[in-house]
Design a binder for this molecule. Structure first.
Ligand SMILES: *[C@@H]1O[C@H](CO)[C@@H](O)[C@H](O)[C@H]1NC(C)=O
Ligand SMILES: *[C@@H]1O[C@H](CO)[C@@H](O)[C@H](O)[C@H]1NC(C)=O
Ligand SMILES: CC(=O)N[C@H]1CO[C@H](CO)[C@@H](O)[C@@H]1O
Length: 264
């Protein structure tokens, strides 16, 4: 009997807590809202180890967390979300793990292509950013199809960085600028910026990296000069609404500073 009551009290506390967070979220939505939030989804492996999740399902909790965070952001009015799925460096991990990630990616692309409830509801345009040949032919083709299917959407954007590293992006952009540059013409900053893969979006206002790591790990080095960095210790699947509230509060507190910096 007492354990039953204890359970109910716990439930009640949890529901009140969620309700409270939602209220705070609503209050914050009256203030300035970032246009672009980028995520480094770190800590999936540690989370799986902590919770005895096998290799097969290692990335599933992380995917659920991702969808939940993305929806909250879109509902709040954030237009662009960028996620660091896996870098070129990640590909040096165990092949079995890469294969799992690829399978999950393929499965999710197929779900999006077949049942576009999420895409429709939020008017999402999907971009895969980076050297997509690392995906292999099948997944590359599916990714291209998904990009084409959503190409007319303009409400929100989801940028999925795969086979991406910042240094690779820069080299690619420099090469393109030189290639496109006319003879005897000095290459300007804008020429290079235009050739960056990420030029499809404004620079991120906030970069969140989970699991307490405070490195950028070759992600958006060019684009984060004025971004607010937030590195909560929560592992990626544990990153919750509370962390988003905290990031938003910090953003709003420093909003005047960011505005000034961005203009200069
Ligand atoms: C993309 O990656 C593939 C495979 O690693 C490589 O062969 C190719 O040169 C890369 N493409 C570019 C444009 O760098
Ligand atoms: C996007 O718009 C163009 C031009 O209106 C149209 O030809 C194309 O079929 C549309 N694509 C999709 C996937 O709806
Ligand atoms: C709001 C909006 O334009 N949604 C469209 C996004 O793209 C999908 C797939 O083409 C359409 O079905 C939606 O209507």
């Amino acid at each position: 009997m007492t354990s039953h009551i204890k359970f109910q009290v716990k439930q009640l506390i949890r529901i009140s807590y969620d309700f409270l967070l939602r209220c705070i979220f609503h209050i914050l939505s009256v203030g300035p809202i970032p246009t672009h939030i980028a995520f480094i989804m770190d800590g999936n492996r540690r989370y799986a180890r902590k919770n005895n999740i096998g290799l097969k399902d290692r990335y599933r909790p992380g995917f659920l967390a991702l969808m939940s965070r993305v929806k909250h952001c879109y509902e709040l009015g954030v237009k662009y979300i960028t996620i660091f799925a896996f870098s070129l460096d990640n590909l040096r991990r165990q092949p079995e793990e890469i294969q799992r990630l690829m399978e999950l990616l393929r499965e999710k692309i197929e779900v999006f292509l077949e049942n576009d409830g999420f895409i429709k509801k939020y008017g999402v345009r999907l971009y895969f950013v980076g050297n997509l040949t690392v995906l292999g032919e099948d997944i590359h083709a599916a990714a291209n199809r998904l990009m084409e299917e959503t190409a007319n959407n303009t409400t929100t954007y989801l940028l999925v960085c795969v086979g991406y590293t910042s240094t690779y992006e820069m080299v690619h952009a420099f090469e393109e600028s030189i290639h496109l540059g006319k003879e005897n013409r000095i290459i300007e900053l804008e020429d290079i910026e235009k050739q960056m893969y990420m030029s499809i979006a404004p620079k991120p206002d906030i970069l969140i990296r989970s699991s307490g790591e405070t490195r950028l790990s070759n992600f958006l080095l060019w684009q984060t000069e004025f971004s607010l960095l937030y590195c909560p210790s929560a592992l990626w699947p544990e990153l919750g609404l509370w962390h988003m509230v905290w990031a938003l509060l910090n953003y709003q507190r420093h909003y005047a500073y960011f505005q000034k910096k961005m203009k200069n």
